[in-house]
Design a protein around this ligand. Structure first.
Ligand code: DX5
Ligand code: ZN
Length: 222
């Protein structure tokens, strides 16, 4: 079975103690840190931007997996690179020209990612597959943590797994939304290589984080 990266979403962390929360999930075994940037326009919620990211950067050496739920994206690419983003993931609906955006992200020294909303078909990836290092399947509508997993996204994950295998490129296939101990096995067998989890990781206080993270990893059956 392939390895799966766990990327805790700090949307569910204590915002007053973000640096400590990042240190805690890093020590608890997180492979990346998922940072949800929301602008109150592309999605009906607001979080944080590059200045906060920059302040968080010294708290971990793990990659910052930054998910932009904002429009427009292009004027901010340089700022996210400067703030320390490693992967910068955008939605094709953010516009106006997603191919150009992905190229600009790569030129700025980051890995480009493409996020697909539950209503966005897998086909969007086809002309862009050579330009992405990560594909993010949203298994909830973006904007909030703690929502329920949308089952129909499993078929999209399987389809994207096939497209990635055909391409021969090393692309992370990530799922985001409603992933917990119960839903993790199905996304893993559908073919993801990275799991984002907010509420499932940041529950039960710091002492629970290591157990919460390992509960999401693939089970090895004897
Ligand atoms: C939702 C965000 C997710 C969110 C997931 O718009 O993109 O990253 O934090 O939260 P859970 O894991 O609680 O569904
Ligand atoms: Zn996210």
């Amino acid at each position: 079975m392939r390895d799966v990266l766990i990327s805790p979403s700090i949307l569910s962390a204590d915002f007053a103690r973000l640096g400590d929360e990042i240190r805690a999930v890093d020590a608890a075994g997180a492979d990346m840190i998922h940072v949800d940037v929301m602008d109150g326009h592309f999605v009906p919620n607001l979080t944080f931007g590059p200045p906060v990211l920059e302040k968080l950067r010294p708290h971990t050496s793990k990659p910052f997996d930054v998910h932009l739920m904002m429009a427009p994206v292009d004027p901010f690419i340089g700022e996210f690179a400067k703030a320390g983003a490693d992967i910068l993931t955008v939605h094709p609906e953010a516009g106006p020209h997603v191919h150009r955006t992905l190229q600009a992200i790569r030129s700025a020294g980051m890995k480009p990612g493409l996020a697909l909303n539950p209503g966005t078909p897998a086909d969007v990836v086809e002309p862009l597959i050579d330009d992405v290092d990560l594909i993010l399947v949203m298994s909830v509508n973006p904007g909030f943590g703690g929502q329920s997993f949308i089952e129909s996204q499993l078929r999209k994950i399987e389809r994207l797994r096939h497209m990635i295998d055909q391409s021969g490129r090393d692309i992370i296939l990530e799922v985001d939304g409603g992933v917990n101990e119960k839903t993790a096995p199905s996304v893993i067998s559908a073919g993801v290589t990275a799991i984002v989890a907010g509420s499932a990781v940041f529950k039960g206080g710091e002492g629970a984080y290591a157990g919460n993270i390992s509960a999401l990893r693939p089970r090895v059956h004897a």
